[in-house]
Design a protein around this ligand. Structure first.
Ligand SMILES: Cc1ncc(COP(=O)(O)O)c(C=O)c1O
Length: 389
């Protein structure tokens, strides 16, 4: 990968050290240009006429997402965010009182809230698999829970928002297939960051967002829907004329593809922007991005471990591009201010975002760095120098 070229094509990295791709990353310039051009034309032509003319460019979203995730374009739905995709997937499952969702301690806050909503409304139960002492998911225990509870759905977050943990999503997929249980994977932080192959993982649904490691526009998301789900005729609780045809006063026919999970209205400019971001990744090759990110993070973690007074909080055998830490020799807010003063962009995570994980680690808050492939070792060295002040 040509990092210099990538940085030239990433305007936002010229004047800062941007380490917040797990929040909302910097889009490549071509994404901004495509969207701006489309919006200018929309002002002249009107939304419908222009969308008809740009049908092929809009369809490119499905093609590029399918290349990245290793599936067919028919298995891809466009959504407004990861949570939007998640809501569509989870409401397609026909939960009844007493059904079980098997999840983990490390699943995303909004997913946990949706489980709690289903618990309250429908009387389902939530079972959370535990981790081993090193932070890895305890797969033996997970399988025992599968046998004991026969869940209706397994819901796993590939990479949590609040730590560097990477869940063993392929092993979970094998267990789900063994017991024929539906598998919903939140890959919001992993798509665009590492190789995410839905065939290898064997999930039934996968959700992702545009603005993070995919480097797409805000307000965009991706939902992968397996052939199994389509064959089972599953559909979100509420669908519209994109998802089905109104065939008689009291009848309808579902769309044959994952479009069944979309709403008709969307911003074509954003969809074209997301298509461009996905094309950018596919052009670079996710294998190359994965390798670069791995090397970058190995360097960063090792170097940060040596910074006096700094405590890293990421656990597990495999670690992602999300790195969390606290500082012993200075209040965390002072460290945050120091980084801000030096134009380092990052996020903070607090106990409420990840109650179970942070309660176990006894943490009120952490600073989160999330570099991506447009970052350089030199930028990370500078960040370390700042932290060493
Ligand atoms: C793991 C994970 N899942 C889901 C989401 C929600 O994504 P969105 O805000 O696009 O709905 C996030 C956002 O930070 C996340 O980190």
């Amino acid at each position: 990968m040509d990092t210099d070229l990538i940085r030239q094509q990433t305007k936002g990295c010229a004047d800062k050290i941007f380490l917040n791709s797990a929040g909302s990353s910097l889009v490549p310039q071509s994404v901004t240009e495509k969207m701006l051009a489309y919006l200018q034309m929309e002002a002249i032509d009107g939304g419908y006429a222009l969308a008809a003319r740009f049908e092929n460019e809009i369809k490119e979203f499905y093609v590029q997402a399918a290349i990245l995730l290793n599936c067919a374009p028919e298995n891809i739905a466009y959504t407004a965010s990861s949570t939007d995709a998640y809501a569509r997937a989870i409401t397609a499952v026909d939960f009844k009182a007493g059904d079980v969702i098997l999840t983990t301690d490390d699943d995303y806050i909004s997913n946990q809230l949706s489980f709690l909503s289903l618990k309250e409304r429908l009387g389902i139960s939530i079972v959370r698999a535990k981790n081993l002492a090193n932070g890895d998911l305890d797969l033996d225990f997970f399988e025992k829970l599968m046998i004991r509870h026969r869940p209706k759905l397994v819901a796993i977050t590939h990479m949590p928002t609040n730590s560097g943990l990477v869940q063993p999503v392929e092993e979970v997929g094998r267990i789900c297939r063994k017991y024929d249980v539906l598998y919903l994977l939140d890959a919001c932080q992993s798509v665009g960051q590492r190789i995410v192959d839905v065939q290898k993982i064997g999930c039934d649904f996968l959700t992702a967002t545009g603005r993070k490691f995919v480097r797409g526009p805000r307000g965009t998301g991706i939902l992968y829907v397996s052939d199994k789900i389509l064959d089972m005729q599953l559909v979100p609780l509420i669908f519209d004329m994109q998802g089905a045809e109104w065939t008689g006063d009291d009848s309808y026919k579902l769309a044959g593809t994952a479009k069944r999970f979309e709403f008709w209205e969307c911003s074509p400019a954003a969809k074209i922007g997301l298509a461009e971001a996905l094309k950018y990744i596919n052009g670079l090759g996710i294998k190359n991005i994965d390798q670069y990110n791995n090397e970058l993070m190995q360097y960063f973690r090792k170097a940060l471990e040596k910074v006096d007074g700094l405590e890293l909080h990421d656990q597990g055998t495999l670690l992602s591009n999300i790195l969390t830490f606290t500082t012993k020799n200075r209040p965390l807010q002072d460290t945050a201010q120091l980084l801000k003063d030096h134009q380092v962009y990052f996020s903070m995570s607090f106990r409420d975002f990840a109650r179970i994980d942070f309660n176990k680690k006894n943490l009120d808050g952490v600073i989160r760095f999330s570099p991506h492939y447009f970052n350089t070792i030199q930028e990370l060295e500078k960040t370390i120098d700042i932290l060493n002040y």
